[in-house]
Unconditional design. Sequence first.
Length: 667
Amino acid sequence: MPWHVRTDSVRAVTVVGVDVGGTFTDLAAIVDGRLVVAKVPSTPGDQSEGVADVLHAAALTGPLMLAHGMTVATNALLERRGARTAIVTTEGFADLIEIARQDRASVYDLSRRRPEPLVPRPLRFEVRERVSAGGVVTPLDEASVARVVAALAEADVEAVAVCLLFAFAHPEHERRVGAAIRVALGEVPISLSSDVLPEFREYERFSTTVADAFLSPETGRYLARLAARVQPLGVDAIQVMQSSGGVCSITSAADRPAALVLSGPAGGLVGAHHVATLVDCSDVLTLDIGCTSADVAAIADGRVLTASNRRVAGVDIALPALDIHTISSGGGSMIWFDDGGALRVGPRSVGADPGPACYGRGRGLAAVTDANLLLGRLADGARLGRSVVLSRAAAEAALLAVGRPAGMTAIEVALGAIAVMDAALAQALREVSVVRGLDPRRFALLAFGGAGGLHAAAVADDLGMGKVIVPVAGGVLSALGLAVSDLRVDASASYRVGLDALSADSLDAVFAALEAKAAQELPGAATTRRLDLRYRGQSFELTVEVGAVHDLARRFHVEHERRFGHADPDQPVEVVCARVEARRPTTTGAVSLDSAEHDEARGRVGQRPVRWVHGSVDADIWRGVPDGETVVGPAILEDSTCTTVVPAGWCGRLGAPGVMVLERQPS
């Protein structure tokens, strides 16, 4: 198979990462010190079919441990294809999930509407009770609970979210309501806000819990199908990637579906962090370009940036997540002209079937992959996976059909589409760097995904970045990230106290309780303690890793200065939430990629004309780069999972086994 992997020790169980994308399902497995890869078309109707197909293609022998990145939860939110969900809440608060934060969907567009809430008004039920921060104000009225339970049974709901005021601090009422519903509704999934998100801020807690209930049946059914399909193929254990960047057991994934909404892109960012470590680069912007979309993120000072609240498909989910920004620009993004005559790329994608026109599967819709093929960046007749062979003639015909009404040639359409695509990618990277107070010129650009290397150097030029990192296995890096991910459990609790009144003993007691909770699910894990801190009176907070109590204020001021460009050491600081992150490795030893695509010789294999804005230039074609060799642009680096463009003015060499580092040459 294409690449070697060296490990300090090899497990008896083979770790297999399988990532489901919009067009391809990718596999990366560490087998006896060797990295095995496979790629098959995705099966959007049932992603588990594609997982089974790629395991068949890799021909692995058990026992296998499958680490899986999926988009089932994400797609269910996007398409509003979840369960018929009800919410049970405190009397008077049924409309909280619709009122939300009382902000507008668009500041200047008064006609713009928010997405409809996941629970319609007729399925919102109230029980009589009231709890404050200090305890019970109004006891739980059992008669109101009985009325709600009867109404739920009559409404034929498929999932229930129970969200009572201050349940994060006093969950007793919520648990009693949940127990009554379980007795009446049997197997219907029930999500309690005190379990899903035991933190303050009622809207975020309610929204997250509703999403958890909404996703539960669909996610549970998918994971059951997945287990049934892969167990006969030698899979003994299944782990699922969470939005936080760590995997969890299949049981935990089914129990906490709201934690999976960024499962797909999270694996790529974990893999990117691994590659950045191999080349000793602590500040990178990541660019993951697949067929349907592009995901961008930042790694600063060796840490992947995270967010405690993400809005996905208009739904706020306040669970730990990697700070990933996604745009609808990928290799399958459609090329078209709008009514004003402007050339557009996306947001619609041609998807896995029929795919870009060059796949030769039917309607012949022009996409970005067709443009790259026509310009010579991809080779005519190149094979993607085992079933797709690229056709330059089909790409040219589709691009010509797009351009004909505007009087443009196929080449002009292709060049324009690539320019539009690169501009969108550069803007997305500004969102995760400049907007967050990070100067992209201090960062390297780490590109992966099937199309990442095709656009990386041009995007880096636009942002003034002088270094691009491209892993040889870039097309399956998300799958590799899954295979090397740690098991992870997160526990949190609201804990509001001023730093001036905080004692080490009280803080230890809070963290000890959270660590005990995490240890029940993940015994033997290493834990990290963090606190959410803010200036008193602020609405939002920053998460800071805990050291000595007396040093917390200084660490907060430093982080505030780094993130927002200012700090005020004279202002009092308060704690609002305590967090524990528990991790346990799934593999042992460091994994480093070998740059060989095959066991045969590597190097320059010829030339072909590549079209640039200024004209056509012969570019050197490389398949594998020997250690110590320098690639001078214009050049194309080809392997079986991705292609990298090295423009004129750039050069590249191996920065570590299996990792190419491109640098802009001084002008």
